[in-house]
Ligand binder design. Sequence first.
Ligand code: CP
Ligand code: NVA
Length: 309
Amino acid sequence: MRHFINLKDIATKDLKKIIADAKRRKNLRKKLSALDIDKGAPLKGKILIQMFEKASSRTRISFYLAIKQLGGGTLTLRSNELHLGQGGESIADTAKVLSTYGDGFMLRTDSDKKIEDFKKFLSIPIINGLSPSSHPTQILSDIFTVEEIKKKPISKLNICWIGDSNNVLNSLIAASVKFSFKLSIGCPKKFEPGQEVRNWVKKNKKKIYIYNDPKKAIKGADVIFSDKVISLNDKVNKKKKIKTFKSFRIDKKLTNLANKNFIFLHCLPRGNEVSEDVFLGKHSHVWLQAMNRVHVQKSILLYCFGKLR
Ligand code: CP
Ligand code: NVA
């Protein structure tokens, strides 16, 4: 059984296989509508149970469309409506019940431990739909988007992240090791990536470049990534943190230092870490980025269900 919890733990050849499958499937769907089913309906009769302990627009809808297009269906739950969320049932019992009814389980949670606990008791694959430590489905899909737009492997591009050191960046860092691309990070000293992820990069004999000056990080970038300064349920002094990030706002002047044909990506939702003209400007591909999650998640589902060709 294959879980999809953290990019660090998935073989590079499998990550590349997922991207290749997504490319092929996306090409074959050019004339199809959102709910038309891929030829062969590879997940016919299968159900993905999704549970959200935190808000979600894109992940929820894109997984719904993904499994529908493969011939299956979803059931979306909010944890507070379950016995588990009310504190009346254990993870072990809930996991066994989910495994009885469902074929796969996607969880968005504020606890990495909860994902690990579920994994222990489930007999179906679990997908991490965002946790404090990572957002793997987002970043794998973003790699697909970068390669689609740039028409070359991401390893040949300079990637830059300007923003908070959060779950999305952790997954981007993991991807930089798996896909061998140069990653420059611009963030305030106090918000640099944690020691654990940095040690992991070192252990893998790779490097990430961290600058406390956004101008240095963005110089020569082909792709600029960003995310909200304040993540969902971020328990910091919000006003203070936003102030610390003020000089890291991505605006036209800053992007002038990137390569001429740079692209801008943002997983959404956004705050004011990026100016309106950059976010909606000609270098931005955020809507395609959101759309591509459907295509890549289809191939992630096939990987988890042992059906990836
Ligand atoms: N990017 C992303 O995961 O969006 P949602 O929080 O809306 O799912
Ligand atoms: N870093 C953000 C990503 C949202 C998709 C968060 O965790 O809220």
